[in-house]
Design a protein around this ligand. Structure first.
Ligand SMILES: NC(=O)C1=CN([C@@H]2O[C@H](COP(=O)(O)OP(=O)(O)OC[C@H]3O[C@@H](n4cnc5c(N)ncnc54)[C@H](O)[C@@H]3O)[C@@H](O)[C@H]2O)C=CC1
Ligand SMILES: N=C(N)NCCCC(=O)O
Ligand code: NA
Length: 505
């Protein structure tokens, strides 16, 4: 087991330095795998939001934007690459902090840190190529006009992020917004803020211009809400629950402030009868047990072709019982604890409601017997589910999969789309044409074929319906933080000639 590090005691990161929260309050940091309080984080309030937004505004327009918002993309790229390098240097201590804060297995948090560094590097490249895309001409039907577009940073952005991939979800917003030339105020989740505060330390080390990125930790209603309604915040990007997403959109609407929302999901995985069962079982497990199912795109509804259903479930149970559930710091751990006591109780309630509604808990459903402390839940497989049950309809955000059988392709698609959500969907089949048909038929922003969950910074990420709107990652992730200006010029020497000229006399 790795040595326990000391948890850095940080303040709010505002204007390029550390700042005590105005009311002097702090929140405990709980390690959900041990239930021990291991440190604390500052609790920002509206007073601090005010100071952070002012710092970001100042950084946006300082010296006419020459050093940031209007600087060549290459200038910003240099900082993004320097941040990526520091993340790589500190990979193992950041991964350890992330695990202690969230209960995620160390192998997962190490992979997350690789993704964090790769995301900063990717958007460094895009910051550079943004300059080449400026002034791209618009072809007009009149020769006496010429038009081009400018892509400009949208301004000061508020970034509100969740706890399931604490530093990675922040990076999906910080890297593209900074690449675009925006300045930002990041409000990570109060349940896991340690690595985001370390990002503040990294910004200091690379001498990011003061105020370009500000990081304020604190509670949603106290720190997130005033950020989303602030008149000097030009856009809010949010990942989290659908309920909080609605609140943020309502607050932003009062200022006609654009938002992008990446919300909950209840994504389907459809498995046909022409597959290699063990390979498909492994993807089904990865789709809902990775990160203890605390993934917005988790494929938590499993649709099995009736011909293979029994055999598939037998293998799924065997594989699930073989998952190493342990302290997330232990070598080879594949299922750690969930993030908090509240989340733990919520998941257990989902399972007991499923049972009382008549579903069968085929395996799991409780605390693993060998782990007496910590918020651990066994991998859970639920069958005998009807489409009206809560467990089929609502996002659990835990290591819980529910299963239904289907007979025909159209029945599978209908079941898959029968949800208010629309983030992701997956299909496993050896019939390529069928996979293509299904990828068109699913009402979701992401479709995986013969896999579930692999995520690439180059590819767009986001949902439809109540899973939100807007796309992160890829070039679309950069567009989230850019506004498009048309510049149109009259280039004829002739007068316009619409009005009669007055007589010269
Ligand atoms: N789609 C996703 O990626 C996520 C979904 N969830 C779902 O949400 C449930 C609740 O988890 P929470 O941590 O409470 O999620 P949440 O959606 O409330 O939290 C996400 C972020 O929003 C902030 N926030 C909360 N209330 C706010 C408000 N009124 N204004 C502005 N910001 C606010 C939080 O402080 C946090 O930074 C989970 O059980 C899970 O089902 C949670 C996290 C991520
Ligand atoms: N990095 C991976 N694999 N997935 C990211 C999931 C992001 C989300 O839950 O919104
Ligand atoms: Na925590």
């Amino acid at each position: 087991m790795a040595a326990q590090p000391t948890i850095p005691r940080r303040c709010l990161f505002i204007g390029g330095g550390w700042r005590e929260p105005s009311l002097g309050r702090r929140l405990p940091v709980v390690n959900p795998a041990t239930e021990a309080t291991i440190g604390d984080i500052p609790a920002a309030t509206a007073e601090d939001v005010e100071i952070a937004v002012a710092a970001a505004r100042d950084a946006f327009s300082r010296d006419g934007g020459r050093h940031w918002s209007r600087a060549p993309g290459a200038v910003r790229a240099k900082f993004l690459r320097a941040i990526a390098a520091k993340i790589k240097d500190r990979k193992s201590d950041l991964a350890l902090l992330e695990t202690l804060d969230s209960g995620k297995p160390l192998d997962e948090t190490n992979a997350d840190m690789d993704d964090v560094a790769a995301c900063f590097e990717y958007y460094a490249d895009l910051a550079e190529s943004l300059d080449e895309k400026q002034r791209s001409p618009i072809s007009l039907p009149m020769e006496n006009f010429k038009s081009h577009i400018l892509k400009e940073p949208i301004g000061v952005v508020g970034l509100i992020t969740p706890w399931n991939y604490p530093l990675l979800m922040a990076t999906w917003k910080v890297a593209p917004s900074l690449a675009a030339g925006c300045t930002a105020v990041l409000k990570p989740s109060e349940l896991a803020s340690l690595t985001c505060l370390e990002l503040g330390a990294i910004c200091m080390e690379v001498a990011l211009p003061p105020g370009v990125l500000n990081i304020i930790t604190g509670l949603g209603p106290e720190a997130g809400a005033p950020l989303s309604s602030h008149p000097h915040v030009d856009k809010v990007a949010f990942t989290g629950s659908t309920e909080t997403g609605k609140r943020i959109m309502t607050a932003a609407a009062q200022m006609v402030k654009p938002v992008s929302l990446e919300l909950g999901g209840k994504s389907p995985l459809i498995v046909f009868d022409d597959v290699d069962i063990d390979k498909a079982v492994e993807w089904a497990m990865f789709g809902v047990f990775a990160n203890a199912g605390q993934v917005c795109s988790a494929t938590s509804r499993l649709l099995l072709h009736e011909k293979i259903a029994k055999q598939f479930l037998d293998r799924l149970v065997a594989w699930a019982k073989n998952i190493k559930v342990s302290d997330p710091l232990e070598e080879g751990c594949r299922l750690g604890s969930v993030v908090s006591e509240e989340q733990y109780e919520k998941i257990k309630k989902f399972i007991s409601t499923a049972r009382s509604e008549g579903a069968t808990i085929l395996c799991g459903g409780a605390r693993p017997q060998h782990l007496r402390r910590g918020f651990f839940i066994e991998p859970t497989i639920i069958t005998d589910v009807s489409t009206s049950m809560q467990i089929w309809r609502e996002e659990v955000f835990g290591p819980v999969i529910c299963v239904k059988e289907f007979r025909t392709e159209s029945e599978a698609v209908e079941l898959a789309n029968d949800t208010h959500y629309g983030l992701a969907g997956a299909v496993i089949s050896n019939d390529e044409e069928r996979c293509q048909r299904i990828s068109k038929a699913l009402h979701s922003g992401i479709v995986w074929i013969n896999c579930s969950q692999p995520t690439f910074v180059q590819a767009p990420w986001g949902g439809n319906k109540r899973s939100g709107f807007g796309r992160e990652l890829g070039e679309w992730g950069l567009d989230n933080y850019l506004t498009i200006k048309q510049v149109t010029k009259y280039c004829s020497d002739e007068p316009w000639g619409w009005y009669q000229p007055p007589s010269k006399l």
